[in-house]
Design a protein around this ligand. Structure first.
Ligand SMILES: O=C(O)C(=O)CO
Length: 258
């Protein structure tokens, strides 16, 4: 049995937040995750969690002005106050919801800042993030994102994420390995899972190339799930995809894993 979590900012999004928890539970997801959970009143999330008993397994920290194209604050100069505020919000929500993983997004490459200077800024900010989260026993995750979907995102490859994680050098930093992004950036998914396995604290999945449910694209997810299982991965796989059809049909892929 896989520990599959529904990403509530990709699935069931036509429903209010409490109903998204309930819909995830009804179809057999064992946990939930989300990018924008902090946009909802905490008491609504806590009530939904109580009703469904679904753990919140991953949440993103506030990532700047998303509507205006921002994709994180950690590598953005002159945003210290906002960055600290976003960490506090994420830590408070995660603590109240029992969530042990927070994705701290870097944001986009700034052309007017030398690459090494922006990288140093990111590394220092991630150390701060790890220190803020450590007391609450929360891990900070970073994730490479493919440049077709997120042009200009600072962490645009797995080797870069790996070297940043080593530079940050905190116990509570780790890699969010999205199989969809890996295939789009590098291909060679299984070999890359092996290569980065010791850094991985969370997987995400969507089919390639259209970011639909597993089984709707070029990868053999059944084989990959088996591969991950054989590597003795015990943690969560977040389902972060856009359903290809009406949701009931697009959830059939889960049946063998429930
Ligand atoms: O865009 C993605 O893939 C993310 O997981 C952002 O958190």
């Amino acid at each position: 049995m896989l520990k599959l979590a529904a990403n509530l900012d990709w699935l069931f999004t036509d429903l209010p937040i409490a109903a998204r928890f309930a819909a995830a539970q009804a179809v057999g997801f064992r946990g939930v995750e989300g990018l924008f959970l902090w946009q909802h009143p905490l008491k609504h999330l806590q009530a939904a969690q109580r009703e469904t008993s679904l753990p919140v397994v991953l949440m993103n920290a506030p990532a700047g002005n998303w509507a205006q194209g921002e994709r994180g604050l950690a590598a953005q100069p002159d945003r210290d106050n906002e960055f600290h505020h976003s960490l506090n919000v994420a830590r408070d929500y995660a603590t109240a919801l029992g969530c042990r993983r927070v994705h701290v997004m870097a944001g986009l490459r700034c052309d007017d800042l030398a690459l090494h200077a922006q990288r140093d800024l990111l590394t220092n900010r991630l150390r701060i993030a790890c220190d803020v989260m450590a007391d609450a026993e929360i891990d900070v995750l970073i994730e490479p994102l493919n440049s077709q979907d997120m042009p200009g995102y600072f962490i645009d490859s797995f080797p870069l994420a790996e070297s940043i994680i080593h530079e940050v050098a905190r116990k509570n930093i780790g890699l969010q390995f999205d199989i969809y992004h890996c295939q789009k950036i590098h291909g060679n998914v299984a070999k890359n899972i092996e290569r980065y396995f010791t850094l991985i604290k969370h997987f995400q999945i969507a089919s390639v190339p259209y970011r639909h449910e597993p089984g709707a694209g070029e990868l053999n997810e059944t084989w990959l799930f088996d591969f991950i299982r054989k590597m003795n991965y015990q943690d969560w796989i977040g389902c972060e995809y856009q359903p290809s059809t009406s949701e009931p049909d697009s959830l059939n892929w889960m049946t063998p894993y429930l």
